[in-house]
Design a protein around this ligand. Structure first.
Ligand code: AMP
Length: 585
């Protein structure tokens, strides 16, 4: 298929902010796409060339791409640099530069999807000596043959800023509509939840139909999308809903999905990034703890003070990236312990359809504990009294609260439901609890903050509509250094206009693609006509706002935007707060 057809649709997708229209455009594109190009088109639409978890990044340096654009168009270097300064989007620079190109190449060949994909893939996999020159050549080859519009998207791809604004779930919808019916959408989503690979789902459904989806199974070294928890405000409500439950300590750390074979260990974050390199002590621990078997095990990694044995604030390890020597040093200084809580696969057998109790047994049979690997503390009970006591113990141990798990529940990949319910310590005073909000905009700073941002516009996630709706302006809790660095830190997410998935009545000075999640503490929730979270639910024309929000200092790098506090959760907190106010004399 011609690449021109694809970018024609991308332009239409870019121009709309309506999810249904986006889906329609995608469906038309997928219908036109020959089978052999289908997975490639799906990955490109996601702004990648392989599923996320493979960790294959294009991310070429912007300076280098600028050089290639200059070279491919024969324009003046200073002119191209000026365009870059003006536009701030290398894709637009490439588009204009190709339009203004002095000489059209004599024998330019129209680009095909296969050719674009092949070169991008090669760029991503080049490494070692001479790789820079080879990357330059591969990109020049594409730009030499590209139309201005094609160049725009190719360049955005290679710098890792494609951002069409198409959510994964929109692609799921489009695949169902193209190759099955709307009613089959959940089966498509299920296949995605198990495989975390939309290209694979597209291949399966397009060649074998729904039967193909059933063949997508849990597999070692391919992460499954995490099962998520709902929250309730009281232990009574939890028991009313669930009856006899398993309660577990809720550790405040980083969720880890460990894939272990006889020869290899790989760790994935909740966001399905490969984080193996960041936690050598867990890799080593699992090697000894799971001997001679294949397994997928889930747990929460928490830093532990090696002197006192107490938990440390999670910030100590949340940024374990960078050079290996630094990681090794940190692993010594602030070693983490993995509190394992689930076993999803054992020696090739998929345990996810099995009830919780069986999986827990499997966990204890497969994993031997050691210094860095332990089991989550758990207790099965139907007594509120016993639960209260267990909750106090959890808090004393430095945990956030409890997780209640239905004894008969299968592992539901990617689903947030009442099979798992979280119960945190601050519920008794709902808003001393922290929430995780997504940065969607910023307002220019004045006075001392001139040149940086005065406040950020923060949003909660609306799962039903797959949108981000605003709930506060956040201006306190930043120290001078953080403040100074904010524009630079958020630069990568900057957008020229309000992104399609952001719902805001306020007009920010700068917009951001929803990517960055910050932990925020607020005093209370109020109804406000300014914000759009839960708009119209409590009072017509008004949404929910956080009063006196304050940044806790914690960047939730471990959370994706869709993992942020949801609008529904805010509503639940608001309602429980009301109940309490009414109940008090
Ligand atoms: P939250 O991030 O507040 O939505 O809470 C859900 C998260 O709690 C999960 O994604 C895990 O990272 C974490 N967690 C801590 N302890 C447990 C546990 N025992 N079982 C399941 N999840 C846990």
């Amino acid at each position: 298929m011609q690449f021109a057809r694809v970018v024609e649709v991308y332009d239409k997708i870019e121009a709309t902010t309506k999810r249904l229209e986006m889906t329609d455009h995608l469906v038309r594109l997928l219908r036109d796409t020959p089978l052999e190009d289908l997975d490639k088109v799906v990955y490109l639409t996601q702004g990648r060339i392989h599923p996320d978890y493979m960790g294959i990044e294009l991310g070429l340096a912007e300076k280098m791409v600028l050089r290639v654009v200059t070279h491919a168009t024969g324009l003046d270097e200073s002119k191209v640099n000026r365009m870059w300064k003006d536009k701030g989007d290398l894709g637009l620079v490439a588009e204009d530069a190709i339009s203004a190109r002095r000489q059209k190449p004599l024998e330019s060949i129209p680009l095909t999807v296969a050719k674009v994909y092949e070169n991008l893939d090669a760029i991503a996999s080049e490494s070692g000596e001479g790789s820079q020159e080879r990357k330059v050549r591969l990109l020049s080859d594409l730009l030499g043959n590209a139309t201005p519009r094609e160049a725009k998207y190719i360049v955005r791809m290679v710098v890792g800023k494609m951002r069409l604004g198409v959510a994964d779930m929109t692609i799921v919808d489009a695949l169902a509509l193209t190759f099955a019916t709307k009613a089959d959408r959940d089966r498509v989503e299920q296949a995605y939840n198990v495989s975390s690979d939309l290209g694979e789902v597209a291949r399966a459904i397009s060649t074998k139909g729904l039967k193909g989806l059933d063949e997508i199974r849990l597999k070692l070294f391919r992460p499954i999308r995490a099962m998520l928890a709902e929250r309730l405000e009281t232990l009574e409500e939890i028991f009313k809903r669930m009856g006899k439950v398993a309660l577990e300590y809720k550790y405040d750390g980083l969720r880890v999905q460990a894939h272990v074979s006889r020869t290899k260990v790989q760790l994935f974050s909740r966001h399905l990034e490969n984080i193996t390199e960041q936690f050598p002590e867990i890799v080593e621990g699992l090697r000894t703890a799971i001997r001679g078997r294949d397994a997928i095990v889930e747990g929460e990694a928490v830093p532990v003070d090696s002197n006192t044995g107490e938990f440390l604030p999670f910030q100590e390890v949340s940024r374990r990236r960078g050079r290996k020597t630094d990681v090794d040093r940190m692993a010594k200084e602030f070693p983490v312990t993995l509190f394992s809580f689930d076993c999803l696969l054992r020696d090739g057998e998929d345990l996810t359809p099995r009830p919780y109790t069986e999986r827990r047994k499997a966990l204890e049979a497969v994993v031997g504990t050691g210094e860095t690997i332990r089991y989550s503390t758990s207790r099965v009970t139907e007594s509120v009294k016993e639960a209260e006591k267990f909750f106090d113990e959890a808090l004393q141990a430095g945990c956030e609260g409890l997780m209640a798990k239905a004894l008969d529940s299968p592992y539901e990949a990617g689903a947030r439901g009442f099979q798992w319910i979280k119960f945190k310590k601050e519920y008794s005073a709902a808003l001393s609890d922290t929430i995780d909000l997504v940065v969607v905009g910023a307002f220019a700073g004045r006075g001392k903050r001139a040149g940086s941002y005065g406040a950020l516009l923060m949003a909660a996630y609306d799962e039903e509509a797959d949108m981000f709706r605003t709930t506060c302006k956040l201006g306190t809790g930043f120290d001078d250094e953080t403040l100074r660095k904010l524009p630079e830190k958020l630069k990568g997410a900057r957008q020229d206009r309000r992104p399609a998935r952001v719902d805001s009545k306020l007009e920010a000075d700068v917009w951001f693609n929803p990517e960055v999640v910050l932990e925020v503490r607020g005093a209370e929730l109020t109804v406000s006509p300014v914000h759009t979270a839960a708009a119209g639910v409590i009072r017509p024309g008004a949404g929910l706002a956080i009063r006196f929000p304050r940044f806790t200092g914690r960047w939730r790098d471990d959370k994706g935007p869709e993992d942020a506090t949801t609008v529904k959760e805010l509503l639940e907190m608001y309602r429980s707060q009301l109940k309490r106010t009414k109940a008090s004399p």
